[in-house]
Design a protein around this ligand. Structure first.
Ligand SMILES: [Fe+2]
Ligand SMILES: [Fe+2]
Length: 248
């Protein structure tokens, strides 16, 4: 029995939407087939797969039906977190989604799910992504102050949601935690953030995130061990559609 994670399937079995430029290129060719083949080879009975956001281009639940069917057909237990493109998932209606898909899919938001003695906690997260002003060498020399202020409010809201998730698990007696975010925990200007601070505060063992696509974005945030927490990027194109083993 093992726990795996991957993010950003960006499925569009129904949606007419074409993937934006950064999601083109060889790694995205038939990616849903490549991913399914990889996971079917890897998965053993009892395994859990956490899908860390950006599941579907569909804007409503009806437009995501075939994408969610594809996910439901994958082997193992499937837990989903919200991505910025998951318009079908109203943050306030997570409970309803969990009722509707009971026994098939689990939606992680303001709640937690247990894996052995570990609580899987998480939320979409948020991080300021610019605009940044660069000098001729490409180094950041400034950023849009207003956009930064707007981002701070969204970060605050997501931190509250993550705390709700931690607290729900703690109230049930859990002391071991793995955190799942869609957005990276820090932006390119930060060394630490409210998300890294909270991971440390609760003694989380790992923080798993996605959202970063393409070579130029893969190192936007922390990868590896930092201040006692293991950080991993699992966006599908970074992982070349091979889920990462989080723990046995
Ligand atoms: Fe994405
Ligand atoms: Fe994203």
């Amino acid at each position: 029995m093992s726990l795996y994670a991957i993010g950003d399937l960006h499925l569009h079995f129904q949606s007419e939407l074409k993937a934006p430029g950064q999601l083109n290129g060889r790694v995205w060719k038939n990616h849903e087939r490549v991913f399914r083949a990889n996971w079917e080879k890897l998965a053993r009975p009892g395994d859990t797969l956490v899908l860390v956001g950006d599941h579907s281009w569909g804007k409503t639940l009806a437009e995501c039906e075939r994408d969610l069917d594809y996910i439901m057909d994958l082997p193992g237990r499937k837990i989903l977190t919200r991505g910025n493109h998951d318009m079908f998932w109203d943050a306030k209606k997570t409970r309803r989604l969990n009722e509707q898909f009971a026994g098939k899919l689990s939606f992680l938001q303001d709640n937690y799910f247990a894996y052995r003695d570990v609580a899987l906690v998480g939320t979409k997260g948020f991080t300021f992504e610019g605009p940044f002003y660069l000098d001729h060498r490409g180094d950041v020399i400034g950023f849009d102050q207003e956009a930064r202020l707007r981002a701070e409010k969204l970060v605050e809201r997501e931190l509250n949601r993550l705390r709700a998730s931690f607290e729900a698990a703690r109230a049930d007696g859990y002391r071991r935690f793995v955190v799942f975010l869609h957005y990276p925990p820090t932006n390119i200007l930060e060394e630490r953030s409210g998300f890294t601070d909270m991971a440390e505060e609760y003694g989380a063992e790992q923080v798993i995130y996605a959202h970063c696509h393409g070579e130029s974005r893969f190192h936007d945030s922390i990868i590896g061990m930092w201040r006692g927490v293991q950080y991993s990027l699992v966006s599908g194109d970074y992982r070349k559609w091979m889920p990462m083993k989080v723990m046995e």
